[in-house]
Write a protein that binds this ligand. Structure first.
Ligand code: ASP
Length: 202
């Protein structure tokens, strides 16, 4: 963080820091939408903790994916950055922390290797420190980005989790693997051409 000596601030302290920095504040109700409230009710009825795009809501081919958003980037000086935003799992316990805000689990960036942003069952991602695992495979094992990303996701799948990640390396090469049926993704390179895909054959 550029404005404090710290790396991670949570809870009321982060609200106070945001206010002190002049970042606009909204009431919690701002984040409640009819669709997400309906998903919460359904998950509670089923007694399940789910991803926002689980087929329990949308059928096997989700038409609306409006949940977790991740971004990775390499700038023209070679700096790498990653960011991830999520509402977390639906029907989670109050106080449950997912992988998204945990540096090394759902998000990681190191100028020497890669930037990674993940989505999926956070409990598994935390257990294997997934985003850092991609970095470590490159830094210590000399793996290429795609191989490192695939291998990290294999660990998640072996534990029974599903999800995906987006990653970029020092040369601007991308890896966008996932174990779910599809993953909404878009990318743009130095040529400025935007490409989008959902399923493997898009
Ligand atoms: N990874 C998020 C979590 O576990 C959920 C998601 O990616 O949709 O909180």
């Amino acid at each position: 963080m550029e404005q404090t000596d710290h790396v991670l601030i949570a809870g009321g302290g982060s609200d106070r820091l945001a206010a002190a920095l002049g970042i606009p504040q909204v009431e919690p109700d701002y984040y409640i939408t009819a669709e997400r409230a309906q998903q919460q009710r359904l998950a509670a009825q089923l007694g399940k903790v789910t991803l926002d795009h689980d087929s329990v809501y949308n059928g096997p081919a989700p038409t609306d994916k409006s949940g977790t958003v991740g971004a990775v980037a390499r700038d023209d000086r070679g700096h790498l950055a990653a960011a991830t935003s999520t509402g977390g799992m639906t029907n989670k316990r109050v106080g449950r922390c997912g992988d998204t805000p945990i540096i090394g689990a759902g998000t990681w960036a190191d100028d020497a290797t890669c930037a990674v942003s993940a989505t999926g069952h956070g409990e598994y991602f935390i257990r294997v420190a997934l985003a850092h695992d991609v970095h470590a495979r490159m830094a210590y094992g000399g793996a290429a980005l795609q191989d490192a990303a695939n291998a990290a996701l294999v660990r998640i799948a072996a534990m029974g989790g599903t999800g995906g990640l987006i990653a970029i390396d020092t040369e601007g090469r991308l890896a966008l693997p996932y174990t779910s049926e599809g993953m909404y993704r878009a990318w743009v390179g130095a040529d400025g051409q935007v490409r989008v895909a959902i399923y493997a054959d898009d």
